[in-house]
Ligand binder design. Sequence first.
Ligand code: NAD
Ligand code: UDP
Length: 348
Amino acid sequence: MKILVTGGAGFIGSHTVLTLLEAGHEVVVIDNLVNSVVDSLERIEELTEKKIMFKEMDLLDYEGLLSVFAEGRFDSVVHFAGLKAVGESATEPLRYYRNNVAGTLNLLDCMQETAVHRLVFSSSATVYGASEAVPLTEDSPLEAMNPYGRTKQQIEEILSDLSASDPRWGIAVLRYFNPVGAHESGRIGEDPKGIPNNLLPYVAQVAAGRRDKVTIFGDDYMTEDGTGIRDYIHVMDLAAGHIAALDFLVPRTGIFRWNLGTGRGSSVIEVISAFAEASGRPIPYEVGPRRPGDAAVSYADPTAAFTDLGWRAHRNLSQMCTDHWGWQEANPEGYAKTADHAPPASCL
Ligand code: NAD
Ligand code: UDP
């Protein structure tokens, strides 16, 4: 298939682009590089020895986007592009709604205009809010607790209405749990700007000596060691989930929702220990107050994805930490921040 990947230069997008290329698909990436650099795509071209068509493009540029669709003749779209920092979404809600919701509306308009009706959308377990009725199934109530999560929930509602309005659409909504790790080559990985918001990248930077210690956000939860529990999933397992969803959609229409998680929860303390083990480095930590809005426990029931797609996560926490460390150690400052980011790939 010829597949348009929005946000394909980012963390999950880049790993999925690599997996799509390896599965034999042709890939066109659009990204405005607000949270990524094109080096990720260059490295994927090196790893796969395949070309990626890249266009620097903002989803809010409707005319530009339409011209990409008019030229592209895509079979499917995989839609990663979005802003994702929970804290920032609370201080800049309009920017988040405009970028994520209005950006998605532009994308859907262009798809409709050019008769592309197959979409895989990056949603998030954040749509379940702080629900502690674990494991979370696709039927668990949606109650996003911050503007970022509400953009995902609203987009899911828009996609439901769209699917109901026109039977030609085939839509997969993938609710990711906590994506971590990196490609086993250590050439591509997560490259957060500034201080990482998420646990794994923060722990990795402590292991690398870039930060002094990890602050554990509360150790008084009703969990075995008192720290929060999440369902960490290797980004390469997640990438495989997108291929499975696309394959599922090819002969079908309608809207489908799947949790992509391992079904196994790990506490903050377990993650720190696993990372220390994988890296062979000490990971100093201190206990601080709870982070407002955090659920104590969140993990998926991934049964539906296995039943419908034949997909399940294969890599365990140790593998996630090993691969995350492989990337961190080989790229202590992430992708070269000072490089001249001329478009690498064949431009549209
Ligand atoms: P990322 O920031 O690394 O990737 C997102 C990409 O989208 C970036 O390359 C960014 O430059 C691009 N982008 C943002 N706004 C754009 C716009 N208006 N036009 C064009 N490009 C734009 O994030 P990620 O971790 O790879 O996440 C990918 C998707 O998965 C996001 O939609 C995110 O909300 C969702 N998600 C991520 C996580 C996670 O923990 N990483 C969890 C659940 C869901
Ligand atoms: N966490 C922590 N210290 C950090 C970052 C996160 O203790 O510096 C905890 C957080 O409270 C949660 C878990 O680690 O219990 C995962 O947090 P992350 O932000 O990575 O994912 P999310 O909470 O969005 O699922």
